[in-house]
Write a protein that binds this ligand. Structure first.
Ligand code: ADP
Length: 460
């Protein structure tokens, strides 16, 4: 398998090799363009000073003198017009040199072999130990004509340095390969961990451990991954809870209906008892019907497949109509209901928004105290309206406010005096308000009352 690790190592080493080749070509070009002429000039000067010295000191033993010069780091070739040759210093690897060159130098010309040494792809002329790669100057001594060819003895000059550089290069290459191999492992490790984490996530195991202390992109990725895992776990928990809630909410009215129909089979029941049981059965059927309607509505809201049918409508009139429908229930509960509902037109889905007001109003009635009050108002703002339902009911704790929009959440029934409900109403309200790009605010004090305020854009 071509793992990320192998790819990374191969690519890095490839880059190292490629950059070394490029660096070699660039430095070779630099030698050819800049260093070669400079080197040529330097050696020419040296050759000329040897010539001057030999000229000015006719009594000196030329061969001894040249031997001494070679020992300080030069390779020398001396030839006279009788073609008698002598070499001083380290031998040349390649000794061929055309006769015409020798003759030209004997005739007084300077030979610039270093400057004109041919370019070769992988060899810098600097290191070529060839007789052609020398500076040739004419030399006169004790009345004899010579041609003197000179080049620096690279081996002698750089011997230790050579080794040092070779070691340096070899160590650099070996160490960088080792470091690439090790550091890549360190770099790739979190990715391998992420792969393992993804696999456990797909198996439904959400408890994954990842290193989130890194301050780089991988650390951020791990951090986001953990957040995603937590979110998925919450969603999974919610799904399980949702299923168990539905099962429970369907099962309990069904078993009630079954129990009471069994009781109805008893021929000895009085008319009152029979009527009582039938009304309980009706209540349970009503509860099941509300539950399934709400579930169907939630499912279509969740699918969000163009469910919004927006048009302009008068929201004040809509709420007044709703209040009229609940008038009997309000008076039955001895609640004082007042409203300030001016005619305001907004764009929205009238049927879904009616569900919002319906839920908020029935909650304000259900969770009110007897002889309590409800106040409904619409406030028009620059670009939005604020619809408020204020009641003097049982109120909510802060911890409860945080959860009331969760599906199936119902506040402890001992406080709500076993008022019937499904715990789905407010989550439907929240979803519809969000679909209209609005906001919902809750302001509540326990035992004093609650205000739900819905802010909707006028033209959403
Ligand atoms: P339910 O069908 O139980 O009324 P909702 O989603 O409408 O479900 O409400 C969730 C819970 O929020 C309710 O069970 C109730 O405890 C609480 N609640 C809702 N409205 C009010 C209110 N006006 N005053 C006090 N508590 C409320």
């Amino acid at each position: 398998m071509r793992t990320l690790y192998v790819k990374f190592v191969v690519i890095t080493i490839g880059i190292m090799i490629l950059s070394s080749i490029l660096a070699f070509f660039i430095s070779n070009t630099y030698y050819q363009q800049k260093l070669k002429p400079y080197n040529d000039q330097k050696i020419t000067k040296m050759a000329q000073s040897i010539v001057t010295f030999a000229d000015e000191h006719p009594n000196v033993n030329l061969k001894e003198y040249l031997e001494n010069i070679s020992s300080i780091g030069y390779q020398i070739y001396l030839v006279d017009n009788t073609e008698e040759e002598s070499f001083f210093g380290a031998p040349f690897r390649e000794k061929s040199l055309s006769v015409s060159v020798k003759e030209q130098v004997l005739d007084g010309e300077t030979y610039h072999g270093i400057l004109h040494f041919p370019r070769k792809t992988f060899v810098t002329g600097f290191f070529a130990n060839e007789l052609k790669n020398t500076i040739g100057v004419p030399l006169k001594h004790q009345g004899n004509k010579y041609a003197l060819f000179l080049r620096p003895d690279i081996k002698l000059l750089f011997n230790e340095m050579h080794f040092l550089f070779a070691w340096l290069l070899a160590l650099t290459i070996i160490l960088s390969i080792v470091m690439v191999v090790v550091s890549t492992k360190y770099l790739v490790k979190p990715i391998s961990k992420l792969t393992i984490a993804t696999k456990s996530l797909s198996r439904g195991e959400f408890n994954v451990a990842l290193d989130v202390t890194r301050h780089d992109e991988l650390g951020e990725l791990s951090h986001n991954f953990l957040q995603m895992a937590r979110k998925l776990e919450q969603m999974d928990d919610m799904r399980k809870e949702f299923i168990s809630n539905i099962s429970h909410d369907i099962q309990s009215p069904l078993s009630n209906i079954k129990g009471y129909t069994n009781l109805l089979e008893d021929d000895l029941l009085s008319v009152e008892e029979r009527g009582h049981y039938i009304s309980i059965i009706n209540g349970e059927i009503q509860r099941l019907s509300t539950l399934t309607k709400q579930l169907l509505l939630l499912a279509s809201l969740d699918r969000n497949d163009n469910i919004l049918k927006k048009r302009t409508f008068n929201v004040g009139q809509q709420i007044k109509e709703l209040v009229r429908n609940y008038q009997w229930q309000v008076s039955e509960n001895e609640i004082m209901l007042s409203y300030s509902l001016p005619d305001i037109e907004i764009i929205g889905d009238p049927s879904l928004l009616n569900t919002v007001w319906d839920n908020l109003l029935t909650n304000a009635i259900k969770y009110n105290k007897s002889e309590g009050s409800i106040e409904i108002s619409i406030e028009e703002r620059e670009k939005s309206i604020m619809v408020s339902f204020e009641d003097t009911g049982i109120g909510l704790k802060d911890s409860e406010i945080e959860r009331i929009f969760d599906r199936f959440y119902r506040v402890d029934t001992s406080r709500t005096h076993t008022v019937e409900g499904t715990g789905l109403g407010l989550s439907i309200v929240w979803t519809i308000v969000k679909m209209h790009e609005g906001h919902i605010y809750v302001n509540s004090t326990e035992k004093e009352g609650t205000t739900f305020s819905v802010e909707l854009p006028i033209r959403c």
